[in-house]
Design a protein around this ligand. Structure first.
Ligand code: TTP
Ligand code: MG
Ligand code: MG
Length: 451
């Protein structure tokens, strides 16, 4: 019914090929044609990406760098240069914006573009897809793959099918032929668990899935996931392309009933705000590249300061750390009290991958998000040993410690580089690995709920 008369949509998906490695090969021509591996270079580092030359040796993302070195001893191993990748990503986005106002960046290296209704301006969408592909290649010097299809689900699968370096177009009448042979695990949200459950029932391909009754899918996966699987098996997806993400920021501020004078009180409140915004960031599956603080003094002068992070993160400890470092950088006027504090996060990108190699205690971040979502935002705060309610025992974020939350940490929670921070208080988190460049904390501890 309504479906037939709705205007047919055309969604384009671009994904750069071996993005970080391609940028390195662009900037250093002597690396072209050679196996290039970008990632954490320390003993616990993880591969972010490998050039297609390196993939021939079996190297891939998320593999320990140590293993990649064994597989590909002649490879060129490089640490990531995020600022440069962001520059390349911005250049690509600028090209996309020339073809449609509706561009949704998904991560640094990929984006959806809604081309519906652009025919009058730019001609047939098939030609536009080729033109976008050509312009990215020639204007950024980087290889990419482009998918064009009636919706986001199919466009993303199409760009994967186009890899490396191609353009793949899926017309409405090709949908069945395109999807049927694919393993179900290629569909969004079909993780290993769902795939296993389906395989146990003889469902391996999307074609197999299409043969399963809706009622059966409901009984296996529940009404929501069941219906979603039924629709995806048919290539149906009406989710819109959101163009807002770039502009978005997340912030929170508090006006205090009594002005704050002591530096440690101000720092504690900032850390609390940082935890709150980091939680919202994680809830929205985003990473931030910029941290801001806002301070309004009792005389109503207001200052904001911001810092660009070396790498995108949603890590509450790291964000809190940066907020406090910003506070200290500007100096504290002890004689004038603080009336309002705010912490904001900007330069948001989708957390489509976990930058694990960048922040060693990433599981610590995940654990903090988990505890706070389960027990409420007030259940934990960050601070120094001795702050808060020392009698009830501040849980020190030392992965070696044996109590509660800390017990969940594994050896990955250790390893600290350190760019050298302000107050060198108790080093509650000891992270000895200098390759990871973790910003220095000021003795981070978990404080149990106050009051
Ligand atoms: P992807 O688009 O997933 O991979 P890719 O561009 O390297 O290769 P492909 O040709 O298959 O698309 O990720 C984009 C960049 O994001 C990648 O170059 C490095 C980074 N990244 C990580 O840092 N960690 C990860 O786990 C993944 C998957 C990617
Ligand atoms: Mg890519
Ligand atoms: Mg990608």
């Amino acid at each position: 019914m309504g479906y037939d008369c709705a205007m047919a949509r055309w969604i384009l998906h671009v994904d750069m090929d071996a993005f970080f490695a391609s940028v390195e090969q662009l900037d250093r021509p002597e690396l072209r044609g050679r196996p290039v591996i970008v990632g954490g270079l320390g003993p616990r580092g993880v591969v972010s990406t490998a050039s297609y030359e390196a993939r021939a040796f079996g190297v891939h993302s998320a593999m320990p760098t140590a293993k990649a070195r064994k597989l590909c001893p002649h490879g060129v191993f490089l640490a990531p240069r995020f600022a440069r990748y962001e520059e390349a990503a911005a250049a690509t986005r600028a090209i996309l914006s020339a073809f449609s106002p509706v561009v949704e960046p998904l991560s640094l290296d990929e984006a959806f573009v809604d081309l519906t209704g652009t025919e009058r301006l730019h001609g047939p969408v098939e030609r536009t897809a080729q033109e976008i592909h050509r312009r990215i290649r020639t204007e950024t010097g980087l290889p990419c793959s482009v998918g064009l299809a009636p919706n986001k689900l199919l466009a993303k699968l199409a760009s994967e099918a186009a890899k490396p370096g191609g353009v793949h177009i899926v017309h409405e009448e090709d949908v069945d032929g395109f999807l049927s042979p694919m393993p179900v695990s290629r569909l969004w949200g079909v993780g290993p668990q769902t795939a296993r459950k389906l395989a146990e029932r003889g469902v391996h391909t999307v074609g197999d899935l299409r043969g399963v009754d809706a009622s059966l899918l409901h009984s296996w996966f529940g009404p929501t996931a069941g219906a979603q699987l039924w629709r995806m098996a048919r290539g149906l997806d009406d989710s819109p392309v959101h163009s807002v993400r770039d502009a978005k920021s997340i912030s929170q501020e508090v006006t205090y009933p009594e002005d704050l004078y002591r530096e440690e009180d101000i720092a504690r409140e900032l850390r609390q705000l940082a935890m709150a915004v980091a939680t919202r960031l994680a809830e929205e599956s985003l990473l931030a590249t910029t941290v801001r603080i806002k301070i309004r003094w009792a005389d109503f002068t207001t200052r904001t300061r911001q810092v660009r992070l070396p790498e995108p993160t949603n890590h509450p400890v790291l964000i809190a750390d940066e907020a406090v470092a910003l506070l200290r950088r500007g100096g504290i006027q002890a004689e004038v009290g603080v009336r309002l504090l705010g912490v904001g996060l900007a330069g948001l990108i989708a957390a489509t991958f976990r930058p694990e190699h960048l922040f060693v205690p990433s599981q610590l971040g995940a654990a903090l998000h988990q505890v706070r979502s389960r027990h409420g935002a007030q259940s934990l705060s960050l601070g120094f040993p001795g702050e808060g309610h020392p009698r009830r025992g501040a849980g020190i974020l030392d992965p070696g410690a044996k109590d509660g939350v800390n017990g969940e940490m594994d050896e990955r929670g250790r390893g600290r580089g350190g760019r050298g921070g302000a107050g060198q208080r108790d080093r509650a988190v000891r992270l000895p690995d200098p390759d990871h460049g973790i910003p220095s904390g000021q003795g981070l501890v978990l404080l149990p709920a106050r009051g």
